[in-house]
Design a protein around this ligand. Structure first.
Ligand SMILES: Nc1ncnc2c1ncn2[C@@H]1O[C@H](COP(=O)(O)OP(=O)(O)OP(=O)(O)O)[C@@H](O)[C@H]1O
Ligand SMILES: [Mg+2]
Length: 400
Protein backbone atom coordinates (compact mmCIF):
# COMPACT_ATOMS: atom_id res chain seq x y z
CA UNK A 1 0.00 0.00 0.00
CA UNK A 2 2.76 2.42 0.93
CA UNK A 3 4.40 1.96 -2.43
CA UNK A 4 1.33 3.33 -4.14
CA UNK A 5 1.78 6.38 -6.22
CA UNK A 6 -0.70 8.84 -4.77
CA UNK A 7 -2.43 10.56 -7.67
CA UNK A 8 -5.40 11.70 -5.66
CA UNK A 9 -4.83 14.44 -3.08
CA UNK A 10 -8.18 13.95 -1.44
CA UNK A 11 -10.28 10.89 -2.20
CA UNK A 12 -13.28 12.18 -0.28
CA UNK A 13 -13.85 14.84 -2.94
CA UNK A 14 -14.57 12.19 -5.57
CA UNK A 15 -17.07 10.35 -3.37
CA UNK A 16 -20.71 10.95 -4.23
CA UNK A 17 -21.53 11.91 -0.63
CA UNK A 18 -19.23 14.96 -0.84
CA UNK A 19 -21.12 18.23 -1.27
CA UNK A 20 -18.97 20.68 -3.26
CA UNK A 21 -19.04 24.43 -2.65
CA UNK A 22 -20.02 25.03 -6.26
CA UNK A 23 -22.73 23.21 -8.17
CA UNK A 24 -22.30 24.31 -11.78
CA UNK A 25 -25.35 24.16 -14.07
CA UNK A 26 -27.80 24.02 -11.20
CA UNK A 27 -27.85 27.78 -10.62
CA UNK A 28 -31.40 28.06 -11.93
CA UNK A 29 -32.79 25.27 -9.74
CA UNK A 30 -30.92 26.60 -6.68
CA UNK A 31 -32.34 30.07 -7.28
CA UNK A 32 -35.88 28.74 -7.63
CA UNK A 33 -35.68 26.65 -4.45
CA UNK A 34 -34.02 29.43 -2.47
CA UNK A 35 -36.76 31.85 -3.47
CA UNK A 36 -39.34 29.41 -2.18
CA UNK A 37 -37.64 28.54 1.12
CA UNK A 38 -36.15 31.95 1.99
CA UNK A 39 -39.34 33.21 3.74
CA UNK A 40 -38.65 30.62 6.45
CA UNK A 41 -35.90 32.95 7.68
CA UNK A 42 -38.63 35.36 8.73
CA UNK A 43 -40.91 32.58 9.96
CA UNK A 44 -43.20 32.51 6.96
CA UNK A 45 -44.16 29.07 5.77
CA UNK A 46 -42.67 28.16 2.39
CA UNK A 47 -44.73 26.14 -0.09
CA UNK A 48 -44.08 22.42 -0.24
CA UNK A 49 -41.76 21.44 -3.07
CA UNK A 50 -41.49 18.33 -5.16
CA UNK A 51 -38.16 17.84 -6.91
CA UNK A 52 -38.11 15.42 -9.81
CA UNK A 53 -35.12 14.35 -11.89
CA UNK A 54 -33.27 11.27 -13.06
CA UNK A 55 -30.52 9.67 -11.03
CA UNK A 56 -27.32 11.70 -10.65
CA UNK A 57 -28.83 15.03 -11.66
CA UNK A 58 -27.80 16.74 -8.42
CA UNK A 59 -31.08 16.68 -6.49
CA UNK A 60 -29.63 15.51 -3.18
CA UNK A 61 -26.51 17.65 -3.55
CA UNK A 62 -28.52 20.80 -4.28
CA UNK A 63 -30.96 20.32 -1.40
CA UNK A 64 -28.21 19.55 1.11
CA UNK A 65 -26.28 22.58 -0.11
CA UNK A 66 -29.33 24.80 0.41
CA UNK A 67 -29.82 23.30 3.88
CA UNK A 68 -26.26 24.25 4.77
CA UNK A 69 -26.74 27.78 3.48
CA UNK A 70 -30.02 28.17 5.38
CA UNK A 71 -28.29 27.16 8.60
CA UNK A 72 -25.56 29.73 7.96
CA UNK A 73 -28.13 32.46 7.35
CA UNK A 74 -30.14 31.64 10.45
CA UNK A 75 -28.15 32.04 13.69
CA UNK A 76 -28.72 29.16 16.10
CA UNK A 77 -31.57 27.91 13.93
CA UNK A 78 -33.80 30.47 15.54
CA UNK A 79 -36.36 30.76 12.78
CA UNK A 80 -36.11 27.56 10.85
CA UNK A 81 -34.83 24.02 11.15
CA UNK A 82 -33.79 21.93 8.20
CA UNK A 83 -34.33 18.21 8.64
CA UNK A 84 -33.07 15.68 6.09
CA UNK A 85 -34.36 12.11 5.85
CA UNK A 86 -33.42 9.56 3.20
CA UNK A 87 -36.45 7.30 2.80
CA UNK A 88 -34.36 4.58 1.24
CA UNK A 89 -32.33 4.27 4.42
CA UNK A 90 -35.14 5.00 6.86
CA UNK A 91 -38.00 3.15 5.29
CA UNK A 92 -40.83 2.75 7.78
CA UNK A 93 -43.32 5.42 8.93
CA UNK A 94 -42.16 4.87 12.49
CA UNK A 95 -38.52 5.22 11.46
CA UNK A 96 -39.22 8.45 9.58
CA UNK A 97 -41.08 10.02 12.50
CA UNK A 98 -38.49 8.73 14.98
CA UNK A 99 -35.77 10.41 12.95
CA UNK A 100 -37.64 13.68 12.56
CA UNK A 101 -38.56 13.65 16.24
CA UNK A 102 -35.09 13.09 17.48
CA UNK A 103 -33.65 15.83 15.30
CA UNK A 104 -36.19 18.19 16.91
CA UNK A 105 -36.35 17.02 20.52
CA UNK A 106 -33.27 18.32 22.28
CA UNK A 107 -34.04 16.85 25.71
CA UNK A 108 -32.81 13.24 25.54
CA UNK A 109 -35.06 12.06 28.33
CA UNK A 110 -38.04 13.05 26.18
CA UNK A 111 -36.89 11.42 22.97
CA UNK A 112 -39.07 8.98 21.04
CA UNK A 113 -37.95 5.38 21.72
CA UNK A 114 -36.54 3.36 18.84
CA UNK A 115 -39.54 1.02 18.96
CA UNK A 116 -42.53 0.38 21.14
CA UNK A 117 -44.87 3.34 20.75
CA UNK A 118 -47.97 3.26 18.59
CA UNK A 119 -47.84 5.45 15.50
CA UNK A 120 -50.65 7.58 16.95
CA UNK A 121 -48.61 8.28 20.03
CA UNK A 122 -45.57 9.20 17.95
CA UNK A 123 -47.74 11.50 15.82
CA UNK A 124 -49.16 13.35 18.78
CA UNK A 125 -45.86 13.62 20.64
CA UNK A 126 -44.15 14.91 17.54
CA UNK A 127 -46.91 17.45 16.92
CA UNK A 128 -46.49 18.70 20.49
CA UNK A 129 -42.74 19.16 20.10
CA UNK A 130 -42.96 20.79 16.71
CA UNK A 131 -45.30 23.35 18.22
CA UNK A 132 -43.13 24.10 21.27
CA UNK A 133 -41.02 26.73 19.59
CA UNK A 134 -42.41 29.13 17.07
CA UNK A 135 -40.44 27.92 14.07
CA UNK A 136 -40.54 26.75 10.48
CA UNK A 137 -39.51 23.15 10.03
CA UNK A 138 -38.38 22.21 6.53
CA UNK A 139 -38.47 18.44 6.26
CA UNK A 140 -36.72 16.87 3.29
CA UNK A 141 -37.92 13.42 2.28
CA UNK A 142 -35.31 12.20 -0.19
CA UNK A 143 -36.25 9.18 -2.35
CA UNK A 144 -39.81 9.81 -1.21
CA UNK A 145 -41.21 7.25 -3.66
CA UNK A 146 -39.41 4.47 -1.76
CA UNK A 147 -41.40 5.20 1.35
CA UNK A 148 -44.62 5.37 -0.66
CA UNK A 149 -43.93 2.04 -2.38
CA UNK A 150 -43.46 0.33 0.94
CA UNK A 151 -45.87 2.12 3.21
CA UNK A 152 -48.51 3.98 1.25
CA UNK A 153 -49.28 7.62 1.88
CA UNK A 154 -50.26 7.80 5.58
CA UNK A 155 -47.05 9.51 6.54
CA UNK A 156 -47.47 12.13 3.80
CA UNK A 157 -50.99 12.69 5.01
CA UNK A 158 -49.74 13.33 8.52
CA UNK A 159 -46.92 15.61 7.45
CA UNK A 160 -49.02 17.66 5.04
CA UNK A 161 -51.96 18.12 7.41
CA UNK A 162 -49.96 18.74 10.59
CA UNK A 163 -50.14 22.50 9.92
CA UNK A 164 -53.89 22.40 10.53
CA UNK A 165 -53.32 21.45 14.17
CA UNK A 166 -50.20 23.49 14.83
CA UNK A 167 -50.71 26.82 16.54
CA UNK A 168 -47.25 28.34 16.36
CA UNK A 169 -44.84 26.42 14.17
CA UNK A 170 -45.28 25.40 10.57
CA UNK A 171 -43.96 22.44 8.60
CA UNK A 172 -42.90 22.48 4.92
CA UNK A 173 -42.01 19.39 2.96
CA UNK A 174 -39.43 19.02 0.23
CA UNK A 175 -39.96 15.67 -1.52
CA UNK A 176 -37.29 14.32 -3.88
CA UNK A 177 -37.83 11.52 -6.38
CA UNK A 178 -36.39 10.18 -9.60
CA UNK A 179 -39.73 8.73 -10.60
CA UNK A 180 -41.88 11.37 -12.29
CA UNK A 181 -44.91 9.11 -12.13
CA UNK A 182 -44.89 8.45 -8.42
CA UNK A 183 -47.46 11.11 -7.56
CA UNK A 184 -50.01 9.53 -9.92
CA UNK A 185 -50.71 6.93 -7.28
CA UNK A 186 -51.14 9.35 -4.40
CA UNK A 187 -54.46 10.45 -3.02
CA UNK A 188 -55.33 13.57 -5.11
CA UNK A 189 -55.41 15.80 -2.04
CA UNK A 190 -51.97 14.70 -0.89
CA UNK A 191 -50.69 14.95 -4.44
CA UNK A 192 -51.68 18.58 -4.75
CA UNK A 193 -50.35 19.43 -1.29
CA UNK A 194 -46.96 17.80 -1.83
CA UNK A 195 -46.58 19.29 -5.27
CA UNK A 196 -47.40 22.93 -4.53
CA UNK A 197 -44.19 23.75 -6.34
CA UNK A 198 -42.58 21.35 -8.76
CA UNK A 199 -38.99 21.65 -9.86
CA UNK A 200 -37.46 19.52 -12.58
CA UNK A 201 -33.77 18.61 -12.69
CA UNK A 202 -32.89 17.75 -16.31
CA UNK A 203 -30.05 15.33 -17.14
CA UNK A 204 -26.65 16.94 -17.74
CA UNK A 205 -25.19 17.07 -21.24
CA UNK A 206 -21.55 16.32 -22.06
CA UNK A 207 -20.36 19.91 -21.73
CA UNK A 208 -22.08 20.35 -18.36
CA UNK A 209 -20.62 17.09 -17.04
CA UNK A 210 -17.19 18.26 -18.17
CA UNK A 211 -17.56 21.44 -16.10
CA UNK A 212 -18.66 19.44 -13.05
CA UNK A 213 -15.74 17.04 -13.38
CA UNK A 214 -13.25 19.85 -13.96
CA UNK A 215 -14.23 21.56 -10.71
CA UNK A 216 -14.09 18.38 -8.68
CA UNK A 217 -10.85 17.15 -10.21
CA UNK A 218 -9.04 20.41 -9.55
CA UNK A 219 -9.73 19.91 -5.87
CA UNK A 220 -9.13 16.17 -5.85
CA UNK A 221 -6.04 15.52 -7.98
CA UNK A 222 -2.40 16.50 -7.87
CA UNK A 223 -1.50 18.79 -10.79
CA UNK A 224 -0.81 17.15 -14.13
CA UNK A 225 -1.93 13.61 -13.32
CA UNK A 226 -4.96 13.63 -15.61
CA UNK A 227 -4.10 13.17 -19.24
CA UNK A 228 -5.90 15.77 -21.37
CA UNK A 229 -8.74 13.67 -22.80
CA UNK A 230 -9.80 11.96 -19.57
CA UNK A 231 -12.42 14.41 -18.36
CA UNK A 232 -14.18 14.74 -21.68
CA UNK A 233 -14.13 10.98 -22.12
CA UNK A 234 -15.76 10.38 -18.71
CA UNK A 235 -18.28 13.12 -19.48
CA UNK A 236 -19.13 11.73 -22.91
CA UNK A 237 -19.63 8.20 -21.62
CA UNK A 238 -21.94 9.37 -18.84
CA UNK A 239 -23.91 11.77 -21.00
CA UNK A 240 -24.56 8.91 -23.39
CA UNK A 241 -25.84 6.81 -20.51
CA UNK A 242 -28.23 9.14 -18.69
CA UNK A 243 -26.57 12.50 -18.08
CA UNK A 244 -25.67 11.17 -14.65
CA UNK A 245 -23.03 13.11 -12.68
CA UNK A 246 -22.62 10.28 -10.18
CA UNK A 247 -21.70 7.92 -12.99
CA UNK A 248 -19.18 10.44 -14.36
CA UNK A 249 -17.56 10.83 -10.94
CA UNK A 250 -17.51 7.06 -10.39
CA UNK A 251 -15.69 6.60 -13.69
CA UNK A 252 -13.08 9.15 -12.73
CA UNK A 253 -12.66 7.79 -9.20
CA UNK A 254 -12.37 4.15 -10.27
CA UNK A 255 -10.03 5.07 -13.15
CA UNK A 256 -7.76 6.82 -10.66
CA UNK A 257 -7.88 3.81 -8.31
CA UNK A 258 -6.84 1.52 -11.16
CA UNK A 259 -4.00 3.86 -12.15
CA UNK A 260 -2.77 4.06 -8.55
CA UNK A 261 -2.89 0.30 -8.16
CA UNK A 262 -0.82 -0.09 -11.32
CA UNK A 263 1.63 2.49 -10.05
CA UNK A 264 1.05 4.53 -13.19
CA UNK A 265 1.97 8.18 -12.97
CA UNK A 266 -0.88 9.56 -15.04
CA UNK A 267 -4.52 8.66 -15.48
CA UNK A 268 -5.39 7.96 -19.11
CA UNK A 269 -8.43 7.10 -21.20
CA UNK A 270 -7.39 3.44 -21.03
CA UNK A 271 -7.91 3.55 -17.25
CA UNK A 272 -11.37 5.04 -17.83
CA UNK A 273 -12.18 2.20 -20.22
CA UNK A 274 -11.20 -0.33 -17.55
CA UNK A 275 -13.29 1.57 -15.04
CA UNK A 276 -16.31 1.44 -17.35
CA UNK A 277 -15.96 -2.33 -17.73
CA UNK A 278 -15.57 -2.75 -13.99
CA UNK A 279 -18.71 -0.73 -13.25
CA UNK A 280 -20.68 -2.74 -15.79
CA UNK A 281 -19.41 -6.06 -14.49
CA UNK A 282 -20.18 -5.05 -10.90
CA UNK A 283 -23.72 -4.19 -11.94
CA UNK A 284 -24.23 -7.52 -13.73
CA UNK A 285 -22.79 -9.53 -10.84
CA UNK A 286 -25.07 -7.74 -8.41
CA UNK A 287 -28.06 -8.70 -10.57
CA UNK A 288 -26.96 -12.33 -10.90
CA UNK A 289 -26.09 -12.60 -7.22
CA UNK A 290 -29.53 -11.46 -6.12
CA UNK A 291 -31.56 -13.71 -8.45
CA UNK A 292 -33.82 -16.31 -6.81
CA UNK A 293 -32.59 -19.93 -6.83
CA UNK A 294 -35.17 -20.83 -9.48
CA UNK A 295 -34.04 -18.02 -11.79
CA UNK A 296 -30.42 -19.00 -11.22
CA UNK A 297 -31.29 -22.57 -12.22
CA UNK A 298 -32.96 -21.34 -15.41
CA UNK A 299 -29.90 -19.21 -16.17
CA UNK A 300 -27.63 -22.18 -15.47
CA UNK A 301 -29.69 -24.22 -17.94
CA UNK A 302 -29.08 -21.57 -20.59
CA UNK A 303 -25.35 -21.66 -19.79
CA UNK A 304 -25.25 -25.44 -20.11
CA UNK A 305 -27.01 -25.34 -23.47
CA UNK A 306 -24.58 -22.67 -24.65
CA UNK A 307 -21.62 -24.78 -23.61
CA UNK A 308 -23.14 -27.82 -25.29
CA UNK A 309 -22.95 -26.07 -28.63
CA UNK A 310 -26.52 -25.01 -28.60
CA UNK A 311 -25.95 -21.24 -28.41
CA UNK A 312 -29.40 -20.37 -29.75
CA UNK A 313 -31.86 -22.57 -27.92
CA UNK A 314 -35.62 -22.45 -27.44
CA UNK A 315 -37.75 -22.57 -24.31
CA UNK A 316 -38.18 -26.34 -24.60
CA UNK A 317 -34.40 -26.92 -24.61
CA UNK A 318 -33.99 -24.73 -21.56
CA UNK A 319 -36.84 -26.44 -19.76
CA UNK A 320 -35.42 -29.93 -20.40
CA UNK A 321 -32.06 -28.95 -18.93
CA UNK A 322 -33.75 -27.09 -16.09
CA UNK A 323 -35.69 -30.22 -15.15
CA UNK A 324 -32.57 -32.30 -15.21
CA UNK A 325 -30.64 -29.91 -12.96
CA UNK A 326 -33.55 -29.65 -10.53
CA UNK A 327 -33.61 -33.44 -10.24
CA UNK A 328 -29.89 -33.59 -9.54
CA UNK A 329 -30.07 -30.80 -7.00
CA UNK A 330 -33.30 -32.23 -5.56
CA UNK A 331 -35.07 -28.90 -5.76
CA UNK A 332 -38.70 -28.34 -6.69
CA UNK A 333 -39.51 -28.08 -10.40
CA UNK A 334 -41.66 -25.33 -11.85
CA UNK A 335 -43.93 -25.85 -14.86
CA UNK A 336 -42.71 -24.97 -18.35
CA UNK A 337 -44.98 -21.95 -18.30
CA UNK A 338 -43.42 -20.57 -15.15
CA UNK A 339 -39.95 -21.24 -16.52
CA UNK A 340 -40.95 -19.35 -19.69
CA UNK A 341 -41.97 -16.47 -17.40
CA UNK A 342 -38.57 -16.51 -15.66
CA UNK A 343 -36.87 -16.50 -19.07
CA UNK A 344 -38.80 -13.32 -19.94
CA UNK A 345 -37.71 -11.76 -16.65
CA UNK A 346 -34.04 -12.55 -17.34
CA UNK A 347 -34.51 -11.03 -20.79
CA UNK A 348 -35.93 -7.84 -19.32
CA UNK A 349 -32.97 -7.58 -16.95
CA UNK A 350 -30.69 -7.78 -19.99
CA UNK A 351 -28.85 -10.90 -18.77
CA UNK A 352 -30.06 -12.94 -21.74
CA UNK A 353 -31.61 -12.12 -25.10
CA UNK A 354 -34.83 -13.84 -26.15
CA UNK A 355 -36.15 -13.20 -29.65
CA UNK A 356 -39.53 -14.44 -30.80
CA UNK A 357 -39.28 -16.38 -34.06
CA UNK A 358 -42.30 -17.14 -36.15
CA UNK A 359 -42.59 -20.22 -38.34
CA UNK A 360 -45.81 -19.21 -40.01
CA UNK A 361 -48.43 -21.86 -39.44
CA UNK A 362 -46.01 -24.06 -37.56
CA UNK A 363 -46.22 -21.55 -34.70
CA UNK A 364 -43.75 -19.44 -32.82
CA UNK A 365 -40.83 -20.09 -30.57
CA UNK A 366 -38.20 -18.08 -28.80
CA UNK A 367 -34.56 -18.08 -29.65
CA UNK A 368 -32.62 -17.66 -26.44
CA UNK A 369 -29.07 -16.44 -26.16
CA UNK A 370 -26.77 -15.62 -23.26
CA UNK A 371 -26.10 -11.89 -22.77
CA UNK A 372 -22.37 -12.08 -22.12
CA UNK A 373 -19.49 -14.34 -21.23
CA UNK A 374 -19.32 -12.67 -17.80
CA UNK A 375 -22.79 -13.94 -16.93
CA UNK A 376 -21.59 -17.45 -17.72
CA UNK A 377 -18.62 -17.21 -15.36
CA UNK A 378 -20.71 -15.64 -12.62
CA UNK A 379 -23.42 -18.28 -12.61
CA UNK A 380 -20.97 -21.17 -12.91
CA UNK A 381 -19.21 -20.08 -9.76
CA UNK A 382 -22.44 -19.73 -7.80
CA UNK A 383 -22.49 -21.92 -4.66
CA UNK A 384 -25.91 -23.21 -5.65
CA UNK A 385 -24.28 -25.35 -8.35
CA UNK A 386 -21.36 -26.66 -6.34
CA UNK A 387 -22.91 -30.10 -6.49
CA UNK A 388 -22.96 -30.13 -10.29
CA UNK A 389 -20.00 -31.81 -11.88
CA UNK A 390 -19.12 -31.84 -15.52
CA UNK A 391 -22.02 -29.69 -16.58
CA UNK A 392 -20.46 -29.44 -20.02
CA UNK A 393 -22.56 -32.38 -21.02
CA UNK A 394 -25.76 -32.29 -19.10
CA UNK A 395 -26.55 -35.95 -19.77
CA UNK A 396 -23.38 -36.83 -17.93
CA UNK A 397 -23.99 -34.37 -15.13
CA UNK A 398 -23.42 -36.22 -11.90
CA UNK A 399 -23.27 -35.52 -8.23
CA UNK A 400 -19.89 -35.14 -6.65
N1 LIG B 1 -23.97 20.47 -10.57
C1 LIG B 1 -23.13 19.67 -9.91
N2 LIG B 1 -21.90 20.09 -9.58
C2 LIG B 1 -21.04 19.30 -8.91
N3 LIG B 1 -21.32 18.05 -8.52
C3 LIG B 1 -22.53 17.57 -8.83
C4 LIG B 1 -23.51 18.35 -9.52
N4 LIG B 1 -24.62 17.60 -9.69
C5 LIG B 1 -24.35 16.42 -9.14
N5 LIG B 1 -23.12 16.40 -8.61
C6 LIG B 1 -22.48 15.30 -7.93
O1 LIG B 1 -22.91 14.10 -8.56
C7 LIG B 1 -23.20 13.10 -7.61
C8 LIG B 1 -24.63 12.68 -7.71
O2 LIG B 1 -25.49 13.76 -7.38
P1 LIG B 1 -26.75 13.60 -6.43
O3 LIG B 1 -26.46 12.60 -5.37
O4 LIG B 1 -27.17 14.93 -5.97
O5 LIG B 1 -27.79 13.00 -7.47
P2 LIG B 1 -29.35 12.73 -7.29
O6 LIG B 1 -30.04 13.55 -8.31
O7 LIG B 1 -29.72 12.92 -5.87
O8 LIG B 1 -29.45 11.20 -7.74
P3 LIG B 1 -30.39 10.03 -7.16
O9 LIG B 1 -31.74 10.23 -7.77
O10 LIG B 1 -29.74 8.79 -7.67
O11 LIG B 1 -30.40 10.13 -5.67
C9 LIG B 1 -22.84 13.70 -6.26
O12 LIG B 1 -21.52 13.36 -5.95
C10 LIG B 1 -22.93 15.18 -6.50
O13 LIG B 1 -22.07 15.89 -5.64
MG1 LIG C 1 -30.30 11.58 -4.38
Amino acid sequence: MDKRNPLVKNKRILQSSYIPEQLPHREEQIKEIVEIVAPSLTKDKPSNILIIGKTGTGKTAVVKYIGKELKKADDNEENCSFIYINCEVVDTPYGILYNIGNQIIKDETKSIPFTGWSLDRVFSELTKYVDKENKIYIIVLDEIDRSFQKNGDDIFYFLTTINEVLEQSKVSIIGISNNPKFTDFLDPKIKSRLGEEKIIFPPYNTVQLEDILKDRSEEAFEKGVLSPGVISYCAALSAQDMGDARRALDLLRIASDIAERNNDSIITEAHVKYAKNKIELDAVSEVVRTLTSQSKTVLMSIVINTENDNPTMNTGDVFATYKHISEILETSTLTQRRVAGLISELDMMGIIHARVKSFGRAGRTREIELGSKEVMDLIKSDVLFKKLKNYKNVKQTTLI
